[in-house]
Design a protein around this ligand. Structure first.
Ligand SMILES: NC(=O)c1ccc[n+]([C@@H]2O[C@H](COP(=O)([O-])OP(=O)(O)OC[C@H]3O[C@@H](n4cnc5c(N)ncnc54)[C@H](O)[C@@H]3O)[C@@H](O)[C@H]2O)c1
Length: 415
């Protein structure tokens, strides 16, 4: 079995390693030559893949920049990015570029599976026509399916192997082939009737999270005015054994998925004379959170007789979630931008993010920034850091993640 993977990022690289581990011969393709070189040198650039994983699969996993080698594959998985344009509309550029390049070398009998998140209809209406340009017909001459990636970078309890994989084929045979392929690396495959069902399934999962995070964030805005501790409320509500699911408030949403994917659906919905209110509202509330955090930081300093201008702010954690170095759409970046605009002297510590060149900053050792800071701002609570010890030592702490004790004292303020 030869498996091709187009796009070797957070999704594609672990997938390539998993298939190589399962005994397949894997050919990865990426337009980023630096990534291809790193793989050849056995250097991983994704937290979930260790250098050891690349060393172990070296014989069976090779990477290239061009698509030509994918012509030899039995199956090709497309894992390229699906971002938004600056106007927050779907940017299918990388996906269409990938499908076009694949279409140029496609052979009869191959299976193509799209894993990139997109709106319902993408596989059938956008990808299939590009793959068919050479004269082969999807569902007849080659197989085509959509199977959403559910990887949660940094997570170890649920991985590709034990997370059910949803598969929707263009035809029953397309679905059968995709199912057989994923059975090599996943313990459970969930078949759905079409690529559209699979595409919307992924979006529902992400919209569900975005809406629930927005709900608890809106309550955090309210509890701030009411003088109630939102973390205590969430913790207490979470003791209900049924009918409640815990979501954490925070400085907003980050990553490639939650701030982006829901808007693929709201864009598509307009074609059907629908405006998806929950998605828009959740986006609005979550986007407002960094501004709220900075306003509350201003109030916190003001209460201590300080202005933001000239204040030394130590930001702890700038990636969008704990345990990873992914800074895409991270609310930490927005917060630093707003603080710098207000004239604050910002430093940051993040063991996963060495530098933020756009702000002219690089990660400073923890002890060095905590002691001299007027305020320590906990934006992302990475594992292995004792936040209560920091709360005891720092002049003032503003905790956006609820990782300090509720009774930590007057110098600790929580979201
Ligand atoms: N990161 C996640 O947690 C996650 C989870 C589930 C689904 N997804 C979805 O998976 C897809 C990929 O996300 P990601 O996080 O792996 O992105 P990524 O940016 O980490 O990786 C994508 C890779 O594709 C490469 N690429 C771009 N255009 C290409 C082309 N035409 N041909 C070949 N390679 C190309 C890029 O250089 C990059 O290395 C997206 O649709 C995303 O929404 C991501």
């Amino acid at each position: 079995m030869r498996v091709g993977v187009a796009g070797l990022g957070y999704v594609g690289l672990p997938l390539a390693v998993a298939f190589a581990d399962a005994g397949a011969e894997v050919i990865g393709v990426d337009v980023d030559a630096a990534k291809v070189e790193a793989i050849a040198a056995g250097r991983s650039y994704i937290e979930d893949v260790l250098d050891d994983d690349l060393a172990r699969t070296r014989e069976r996993f090779t990477a290239a920049v061009g698509y030509a080698a994918l012509a030899e594959c039995d199956a090709v998985l497309i894992c390229v990015p699906t971002p938004l344009t600056p106007n927050r509309e779907p940017d299918l550029g990388p996906l269409l570029g990938s499908a076009e390049a694949l279409g140029a070398i496609l052979r009869a009998g191959q299976l193509v599976v799209l894993e990139s998140t997109s709106y319902p209809g993408t596989t059938r209406e956008r990808v299939a026509p590009l793959l068919e340009r050479g004269g082969l017909r999807a569902g007849t001459d080659f197989n085509l399916a959509f199977s959403p990636e559910r990887v949660d970078p940094g997570r170890t309890d649920y991985t590709l192997a034990n997370t059910p994989k949803v598969v929707g084929g263009l035809t029953v045979e397309c679905g059968d082939r995709a199912e057989a392929l994923y059975r090599l690396v996943c313990s459970e495959v969930v078949r759905v009737a079409s690529p559209e069902v699979a595409e919307l399934t992924k979006l529902l999962e992400n919209i569900f999270r975005a809406v629930n995070i927005a709900l608890v964030n809106e309550l955090a805005l309210l509890t701030d005015r009411m003088g109630i501790d939102i973390w205590e409320v969430v913790a207490a509500a979470s003791t209900k054994p049924y009918g409640f699911m815990r979501f954490e408030p925070g400085p907003g949403m980050g990553g490639h998925c939650l701030p982006v994917d829901p808007f693929y659906l709201s864009w598509r919905a307009r074609e059907y004379d629908m405006s998806t209110e929950f998605i828009e509202l959740a986006g609005k509330i979550n986007q407002q959170m960094p501004y709220h955090c900075v306003a509350k930081l201003q109030r916190t300093l003001n209460d201590r007789g300080r202005a933001v201008r000239g204040a030394r702010i130590a930001v702890l954690g700038v990636s969008y979630k704990p345990g990873v170095g992914d800074i895409r759409e991270s609310p930490g970046l927005k917060i630093i931008e707003l603080l710098q605009e207000l004239g604050a002297e910002v430093d940051y510590h993040d063991p996963y993010v060495a530098a933020l060149s756009q702000f002219g900053l690089s990660s400073t050792p923890l002890e060095d920034i905590v002691d001299g800071a007027d305020l320590v701002l906990i934006v992302t609570a990475h594992p292995g850091i004792d936040y209560n010890a920091i709360a005891e030592r720092a002049a003032c702490v503003f905790d956006l993640r609820g990782v300090t004790r509720a009774d930590a004292g007057a110098e600790v303020v929580r979201l």
